[in-house]
Design a binder for this molecule. Structure first.
Ligand SMILES: Nc1nc2[nH]cnc2c(=O)[nH]1
Ligand SMILES: [Zn+2]
Length: 465
């Protein structure tokens, strides 16, 4: 089968400091992988360039003025069952919010019919927000979380789906009866996800299981130990959890694990801190913990919307980047009130500016990222390739290069996108870099016209459903 060739403006992250923005020809093969890319292609050399790649009489999908391709967003941390709570309970900090808002909602997912109905709309909304890879927390309920994984798979989104492990410090209506019961649910869910039908386009499964101890407070030592053993039996199994989000949470955690010298040390002592662990929040890590996370090559999911909304604090992302720790963005719905990575981008920018303002005038400012404003290049990187690194998927997604999966968005900043005409009203055409910046700071779902995963159109305003 001949490839499908796209022609037009392309944004492609390169590093935390650099992205490419130019007109490209990009060919996607029938496997959904990128066959070839040619950069800086002017209109009059399109046919010649195609012919040089053996593409004669192949239809070209041309992007219009005001449209560009970019890699899909990676949401490294969200809670599918919390979407119905978006916008509620923002008066609370973490532990009160869990008790009063979150656990009551999550316990509703014992009802399979409710789970089916809710998860179908949750996944559709997340896809249409431009998230092509998503790390989902489910609930403690096996049937509901199987349904979540099935829906994600049927929709063609790339994702990790985990059964949430809880066997203490949660209400009677939302707790597994024992560590063994929680492990049994986890293992059954893993088997279920591994036998989901393969996407016809893909040789690799799009949906993968992920171990999901909610956080140290809700997991007994025997449960964490069993999860560590299961992780040791399969080094490819990802792990996701929360860490060091809120001061009261940290104090409570250390009282439960007096033998450990730090919160990160708790996960490490159970073999749960490794190169495919996704640590959500990491707002208040101390120096030793930062070193430990860096040494283990674990990744951090920066969830700034949630960190502001639950008054958790401002994560020192620049310091982590200086330590070469992998960082991606997370929406953390419903601690965060938006399922869109655009909101995480905006709040990551604001969070970095808060730190920069607090350190204004510091002597001996470093050459690195610490306490500096994040640039558009850095924000793009965190939202795409950085997230892919956190998920250990950087060789297949997060940017455009030959052999990688075509997980992409077509963004439209045209006046006809439906997002009020801020775009075209200026005196001169906007630069591609300028369009990206305005999309990041005032774009929304209306500007995401096509969402592709593994070459297949799965969402966006132009997707018929
Ligand atoms: N933000 C957030 N933090 C948590 N810590 C433990 N559970 C949660 C949760 O659901 N959301
Ligand atoms: Zn969370």
């Amino acid at each position: 089968m001949s490839p499908l060739v796209y022609y037009g403006s392309v944004i492609n992250p390169v590093s935390l400091k650099l992205f490419k923005a130019n007109r490209c020809l990009l060919a996607v093969g029938s496997s959904g992988n990128i066959d070839w890319i040619v950069e800086d292609v002017e209109d009059w050399v399109v046919q010649e360039t195609m012919a040089a790649h053996g593409c004669v009489d192949v239809e070209v999908v041309s992007l219009r003025d005001g449209e560009f391709l970019m890699p899909g967003f990676v949401d490294t941390h969200t809670h599918a069952p919390q979407v119905p709570n978006i916008g509620s309970g923002q008066q609370y900090e973490l532990l009160e919010w869990l008790e009063n808002i979150t656990f009551p909602m999550e316990s509703n997912f014992s009802n399979v019919e409710f789970a089916e109905r809710t998860y179908a709309s949750v996944v559709r909304r997340v896809i249409n927000s431009g998230t092509t890879t998503c790390c989902y927390f489910g609930t403690i309920h096996l049937e509901a979380t199987k349904i979540l994984a099935e829906i994600v798979n049927a929709c063609g989104q790339r994702a990790f789906v985990g059964n949430c492990n809880i066997d203490r410090n949660a209400p009677d209506h939302y707790i597994s009866p024992s560590a063994e019961a929680s492990m049994s649910t986890t293992k059954t869910l893993i088997s279920h996800i591994k036998q989901l039908p393969l996407n016809p386009h893909s040789v690799e499964p799009l949906v993968q299981p992920i171990l999901t101890p909610r956080f140290a407070i809700t997991c007994t030592s025997p449960l964490l130990a069993s999860l560590g053993e299961l992780a040791a039996s399969d080094p490819t199994l990802r792990i996701q959890t929360h860490i060091s989000e809120n001061p009261s949470e940290i104090t409570f955690t250390m009282s439960l694990f007096p033998e450990c010298s730090s919160y990160a040390g708790v996960y490490d002592s159970f073999g749960l801190l490794r190169a495919n662990t996704v640590l959500a929040h990491a707002v208040h890590l101390d120096e030793e913990e930062i070193k430990l996370v860096a040494q283990k090559n674990a990744g951090i999911s920066h969830c700034p919307t949630s960190n502001f909304n639950l008054s958790s604090g401002v994560a020192p992302i620049g310091r982590y980047l200086d330590q070469k720790i992998k960082v991606g963005l997370g929406t953390d719905v419903s601690g965060g009130y938006s399922p869109s990575i655009l909101s995480a981008i905006q709040n990551a920018s604001i969070a970095s500016k808060v730190l920069a303002m607090q350190h204004r005038g510091d002597s001996g400012a470093s050459a690195g990222f610490a306490n500096k404003q994040l640039s558009v290049a850095s924000l793009l990187y965190l939202a795409t390739l950085g997230g892919a690194e956190v998920c250990n998927l950087e060789t297949s997604v997060g940017s455009f290069s030959v052999g990688k999966s075509f997980d992409a968005l077509v963004v439209s900043v045209r006046d006809d996108s439906g997002n009020p005409a801020i775009w075209g009203s200026g005196p001169a055409p906007k630069s591609l870099e300028g369009m990206l910046e305005q999309f990041f700071f005032c774009g929304d779902d209306r500007n995401i016209s096509r969402v592709y995963v593994q070459g297949k159109l799965i969402g966006g305003t132009a997707h018929k459903r």
